[in-house]
Design a protein around this ligand. Structure first.
Ligand code: BES
Ligand code: ZN
Length: 624
């Protein structure tokens, strides 16, 4: 008899129930709850037919911006299965479909704005393999094709994919839900002088043939399948870590991320063995829409975290932490996104604490706290209180809408509250077991709650900390932990002194890290005169800062206070950097301070440099 993994779980459960060994009630309950989830963002019906392995052979043409590929899937089917459904998007051009080697009937259904279109393939009884020949569309949302001018070396084109949340389907037909895992192998042909890399076992050197082979032996969901192609070199940093970067960036990158191996060691010490063998990172061109993306074995990162002083490496800790929270234990649906990101922020700060101490981690938490308060206020003002729930309801919406500080920071502070409640020692044991016990599985919010109650919090404690209110309620409960760092109090004192007449030059700022500077800029009063802005800028050289976090925070003031000397730098920044975290507040500030036409003018020039996810957000923001 042939069974789906879901059915296997059910059978295991029944076997356990009927055997004489005592089974914990919570365990049964948790398993049942874990099986029950419906992912509204995939057309796939994995209970009927599900993929288990992908063999992907692809040819990448930079002239036409088309990937021509064959995807061969091993599948598992329920006995009654008569079809298998894949997700597709952006007119993925299906050329032929075969089932177990024979030409098969298929149908492409109606297109939904966010979900794309289902590809339904008719299955013969006991079908084992589906083979799909297809071509991508040059506008495939996940893929960004870059000209040499958009890279650091300026000599060779570049390509990268960004599949999370539901864009994988734009570059391969796939059952695109975080709850569906598969192993994969790939062979990718690229133009001479380039190397292809994936979220898999990777080559470290270019070869003459332009053909590269990949293997991902651990099952991963589609959103973690990634491809990047360019002229990059590899440098080993430690026993399990290394960096890919364009040659002109390699020196700086290797310096900036020299502590990657230490982070990995610290992470393993906290929550158990790293399960993916190798942890590498690639520095992508600045149009990459995110800070980082946790593609297994190969984090994709923006070059805007290269500050020259290792001050923005918390992002590396974050993506590394996803190797446990997210990549091992995966949110079942995008409504459970906080399980990926909230846990990861918690883990990230613990890694940073073990490397740089409590004061350092506490500054990060405080900056996160500030972001959180602002985000909650924004949602409340915009009449979207449901979007402040940890457990979201993204039915009928773009799952990208769930990517806010709620999942990250409200999630973090909830876990911090749990830690405070039971003590760190107990919490660490709990987390380690959680990652180990649920490795390569999915997790729903409901299953997590059961797990939490069964293993850490008794019902009374669970109720007394208002956990349900945190998870299913709006806003921020009264018992929100407040981070405190005396470091920021010192910064506040300097701001007070400046407000009271001490000149900027006399402020005590020696040894400030970029976090203190960021707090300083964020805390500056609004409505500063040109002279005051100029005093700050001449003294602290904010407009010339090489730290993109500092720079983007400074733009808030330069825009709102009409500090014209920063305009050119801001424009150059917006044209070259595609990281949405910086674009959104900057364009918003322009829009809200009566400079919409300037914003649109800059955007017109910048838009072709952005990846589709940044384009989509800015189009909406600026009414393009
Ligand atoms: N997985 C996310 C990026 C993401 C989330 C992409 C949802 C698409 C949809 C990644 O781990 C992340 O959180 N990146 C942050 C880094 C930060 C919190 C340190 C980013 O890009 O800003
Ligand atoms: Zn993340």
């Amino acid at each position: 008899m042939r069974l789906l993994s879901y059915l296997i779980l059910a059978v295991t459960l029944i076997t356990e129930l009927t055997s004489c060994k005592p089974v914990k009630k919570e365990k049964e309950e948790a398993k049942e709850t874990m099986m029950k989830f419906e992912d509204k963002h995939t057309y796939a019906k994995p209970q009927e037919a599900v993929i288990t392995h992908l063999d992907w052979t692809a040819n990448v043409d930079f002239e036409t911006k088309i990937i021509t590929a064959t995807a061969v899937y091993n599948i598992k089917t329920a006995e009654s299965a008569s079809k298998i459904i894949f997700d597709t998007k952006d007119s993925l051009n299906i050329i032929a479909v075969r089932v177990d080697g024979k030409v098969a009937k298929y149908e492409i259904g109606a297109t939904d704005e966010f979900l794309g279109a289902p590809l339904t393939v008719e299955l013969a009884k006991e079908a084992k393999q589906v083979e799909i020949d297809y071509k991508t569309n040059p506008t495939a949302a996940a893929v960004q094709w870059l000209s040499p001018q958009q890279t650091a070396n300026k000599t060779t084109p570049f390509l990268f994919t960004q599949s999370q949340a539901i864009l994988a389907r734009s570059w391969f037909p796939i059952q695109d839900g975080p709850g569906i895992r598969f192993t994969y192998e790939a062979e990718v042909t690229v133009p001479k002088g380039m190397i292809a890399l994936m979220s898999a076992e990777n080559p470290t050197e270019k070869n003459e043939t332009g053909i590269y082979s990949f293997s991902m032996k651990q099952p991963v969901p589609a959103y973690l399948m990634a491809l990047t192609i360019g002229d990059v070199d590899y440098r080993k940093l430690g026993a399990h870590t290394g960096i890919y970067a364009e040659s002109t960036l390699m020196g700086k990158a290797a310096y900036e991320f020299a502590e990657m191996e230490d982070m990995l060691v610290a992470a393993e010490k906290l929550y158990g063995k790293y399960q993916w063998e190798v942890y590498d990172m690639i520095i992508l061109p600045p149009s990459f829409p995110f800070g980082g993306m946790e593609n297994p074995r190969l984090t994709f990162a923006t070059p805007t975290i290269i500050a020259g002083d290792r001050s923005l490496t918390a992002l590396v800790a974050h993506e590394l932490a996803h190797s446990w929270s997210g990549n091992l234990v995966t949110n079942a649906t995008w409504d459970d996104f906080w399980l990926n990101e909230g846990f990861t922020v918690y883990f990230e700060r613990r890694i940073m604490e073990s490397l740089y101490g409590k004061n350092y981690a506490e500054m990060l938490a405080q900056l996160g706290y500030q972001d959180l308060l602002e985000t909650v206020d924004d949602y409340m003002e915009n009449n979207q209180p449901e979007d402040t729930h940890l457990k979201l309801n993204l039915d009928g919406r773009n799952p990208d809408d769930g990517m806010s500080d709620i999942a990250y920071e409200k999630g973090y502070f909830f876990l911090r509250l749990v830690e405070n409640t039971v003590g760190r020692e107990k919490f660490d044991v709990f987390l380690k077991d959680y990652f180990q016990g649920n490795a390569f599985k999915v997790m729903t919010t409901e299953a997590f709650i059961i797990h939490l109650k069964a293993n850490l919090l008794d019902s009374a404690t669970y109720t007394s900390i208002g956990a349900d209110q945190w998870i299913y309620g709006e806003g921020l409960p009264d018992n929100l932990p407040t981070p405190n760092s005396n470091k920021f109090e010192l910064v506040n004192a300097e701001i007070e002194a400046w407000k009271n007449g001490t000149i900027a030059k006399k402020l005590e700022t020696t040894d400030w890290s970029s976090h203190e500077w960021l707090h300083f800029i964020r805390t500056l009063p609004s409505g500063l005169s040109f002279d005051k802005m100029k005093e700050l800028d001449t003294t602290f050289r904010f407009t010339k800062s090489g730290n993109t976090e500092v720079l983007s925070a400074w733009f808030q003031h330069t825009i709102k206070n009409n500090y014209v000397p920063a305009n050119q730098v801001m424009k150059d920044f917006l044209v070259s950097v595609g990281r949405r975290k910086f674009l959104t507040p900057t364009y918003t500030a322009l829009k809200e301070s009566g400079k919409l036409s300037m914003a649109k003018e800059i955007y017109k020039e910048a838009r072709p440099n952005y990846h589709s996810v940044s384009q989509q957000t800015m189009d909406e923001l600026l009414g393009f």
